[in-house]
Design a binder for this molecule. Structure first.
Ligand code: CTP
Ligand code: MG
Length: 183
């Protein structure tokens, strides 16, 4: 029982790595031109803010796709069949959907934060930790591969563990001085 729960948890984290890693790539590769071109929305606040840049967005997507491909190679090397059980094109669409959905959701989270009056880099529990995942899963659900790899249990577990993992990973990034704040 405990073993099965741990196996399912590990599988969920593995499946979601292409959605988790884009933000870390964005932190490293971001910082150039803001995607809202510095413009304000009707409410006089920034549309997205200086924390959402083109280099971060696209670098993040490429980073997520890179992660998925490395995972696929690791699976093949160790004889595990999760991503590698899929034909390459199906696998690739899933990786793209997870990575794109993650960065898109991240931007939507910032859009929402700005509308609510939260400044760039401020902390907004749940929006910071779950918006990216909801969009990643939503885009992934458009792919055939999603329905082969994700079941109800996996999706529910993903929603529960992601905020916890997200806080943990950002705390490590903060300690490594990759991020200025621990969230
Ligand atoms: N980043 C980026 N482009 C993106 C996403 C992230 O350049 N599309 C970089 C930025 O340097 C950003 C950092 O990654 O500051 C951390 O990302 P995140 O926490 O999502 O942004 P915040 O600065 O906290 O801004 P917000 O309040 O809008 O979430
Ligand atoms: Mg932030």
């Amino acid at each position: 029982m405990v073993f099965e729960i741990l196996m399912t948890l590990t599988k969920v984290i593995w499946l979601l790595l292409p959605a988790y890693t884009p933000n870390n790539f964005a932190v490293i590769l971001g910082g150039l031109k803001p995607m809202d071109f510095g413009k304000n929305f009707f409410d006089g606040r920034r549309i997205l803010g200086d924390g959402k840049t083109f280099s971060g967005f696209f670098g993040g997507i490429l980073g997520g796709i890179l992660t998925a491909n490395v995972q696929r190679i690791v699976e093949i090397t160790f004889g595990v069949r999760i991503f590698s059980s899929l034909p390459f094109n199906e696998f690739f669409y899933l990786a793209l959907a997870l990575a794109f959905g993650s960065m898109f959701g991240d931007s939507m989270g910032s859009f929402l934060k700005r509308r609510l009056g939260f400044e760039r880099g401020s902390r907004l529990p749940l929006v910071d930790q779950i918006t990216f995942l909801i969009f990643a899963l939503a885009f992934a659900s458009l792919t055939k591969a999603f329905w082969e790899l994700f079941g109800t249990v996996e999706v529910i577990l993903a929603l529960i563990i992601t905020p916890i993992l997200h806080l943990g990973v950002n705390f490590i990034a903060y300690k490594m001085k990759l991020k200025n704040v621990p969230w």
